[in-house]
Design a protein around this ligand. Structure first.
Ligand SMILES: Cc1cc2nc3c(=O)[nH]c(=O)nc-3n(C[C@H](O)[C@H](O)[C@H](O)COP(=O)(O)OP(=O)(O)OC[C@H]3O[C@@H](n4cnc5c(N)ncnc54)[C@H](O)[C@@H]3O)c2cc1C
Length: 352
């Protein structure tokens, strides 16, 4: 028997789609992917520490709730609780892995089936369609929800890797307001729209004292109006023709950047408490190339406004894989819900 719906991906979009599909008795099957250097099951939030902007999770005694909700055999995956205490008990905002384990648990509680496996190919021409796992037999299915997300691009420096979550971030909107960055000078790396937007966002935070925008050329690629906003901002200083050679730190936190010149000037050191890399994202769509309509950056294109339909009948897309603009956990969860509702209607209309 073909599946009603196969969901590919295990971030907020995938689990929200699974929760909705399972509660609609569609018995969803989720492929959550395997561990790879830049992609892990549970999605991008599994790479981060505290998530302060996901509604419903204010500071509190989060760990007690997480341990009470998540199956004991997955407690090994929970990171240590941050050391903020109130009345002797850890109080903090939910951590990325905790939030994702809670979403997965909610899907499991409604009998979602989960396979720790990558999908490496799809066959949309057969009827029913087929998804092909890296190991194992092809699976027939009436509908597919693609929720494979996107990965933030980094510079690829060892020192950058060493200070991820300790001052190095790829998301100003997500992390800029964290106490870690309060009162500090910050650096944004890049020259496109998102770099300029991130620099302006950080500069507008009361907590940031100054923002350096570091670009390897002598002009920005961002749109004129955004450039003007950044270049005229009293807290933003441009560092033209500069590339990060090394992220400097004290072993715990970022303390500065070593910047080399792209035009032969001497290397300089900049004191900053945070580096925000804004050099784009790569959507996880390589296994879909030529099979679905995508934009020039490789993001899947929705074919109807306010719907999650793609160019292929019965195939829906949710989360960052179809969104190169908002890229937030809450928006991904929202479109995951939409995709499941779209699947439910599609199956009903097609008599399944
Ligand atoms: C460091 C960092 C911090 C962030 N902090 C915040 C924050 O504080 N608040 C916020 O709202 N947002 C934050 N974000 C953004 C947020 O994580 C993303 O918007 C959100 O996770 C996107 O969800 P998604 O479900 O679309 O996909 P993802 O979270 O990207 O998950 C997709 C997952 O699907 C799986 N997958 C991919 N390809 C395949 C395949 N072929 N087969 C099977 N499985 C596959 C992988 O395991 C992948 O991880 C942060 C992002 C980063 C990188």
């Amino acid at each position: 028997m073909p599946e009603n719906v196969v969901i590919i991906g295990s971030g907020p979009a995938g689990w929200s789609a699974a929760i909705y599909a399972a509660r609609a008795s569609l018995n969803p099957l989720v492929f959550e992917g395997t561990v790879k250097p830049e992609m892990i099951p549970l999605g991008q939030l599994a790479f981060t520490t505290e998530v302060e902007n996901y509604p419903g999770f204010p500071f509190g005694n989060v760990r007690a709730f997480v341990e009470s909700a998540v199956d004991k055999d997955r407690h090994w995956n929970l990171p240590p609780a941050p050391d903020h205490k109130r009345d002797g008990v850890h109080h903090y905002a939910v951590q990325g892995v905790e939030l994702m384990e809670l979403m997965k648990q909610q899907a499991l509680n409604f009998d979602t089936r989960v396979m720790e496996e990558d999908i490496i190919d799809v066959d949309f021409d057969s009827s029913p369609m087929r998804v092909i796992p890296a190991n194992g037999e092809p699976i027939e299915t009436h509908t597919i929800i693609i929720a494979t997300g996107a990965r933030a691009n980094y510079l690829g420096l060892d020192s950058e890797d060493a200070y991820k979550n300790k001052g190095v971030s790829a998301c100003a909107v997500c992390d800029g307001a964290l106490p870690l960055f309060h009162g500090k000078s910050l650096a944004v790396i890049g020259g496109g729209d998102s770099a300029v937007e991130e620099a302006t966002y950080l500069a507008n935070l009361q907590s940031a004292s100054k923002v350096y925008l570091i670009h390897r050329r002598d002009q920005l690629r961002a749109s004129k109006i955004m450039q003007e906003r950044a270049l005229n901002h009293p807290k933003i200083e441009m560092k033209w023709n500069r590339e990060v050679e090394e992220v400097l730190g004290d072993g715990n936190l970022v303390t500065g950047l070593k910047l080399k010149s792209t035009v032969g000037e001497p290397t300089e050191e900049l004191q900053v408490g945070g580096m925000f890399v804004a050099i784009g994202h790569t959507p996880n769509t390589s296994f879909l190339k030529g099979k679905l309509e995508m934009n020039e950056k490789g993001y899947i294109q929705w074919s109807k406004a306010f719907r999650t339909n793609t160019s292929q009948q019965g195939v829906f897309a949710a989360g960052d894989v179809a969104d190169d603009y908002y890229r937030q956990a809450i928006t991904s969860a929202g479109t995951g819900c939409m995709a499941a509702l779209d699947v439910e209607r599609f199956l009903a209309e097609h008599g399944h």
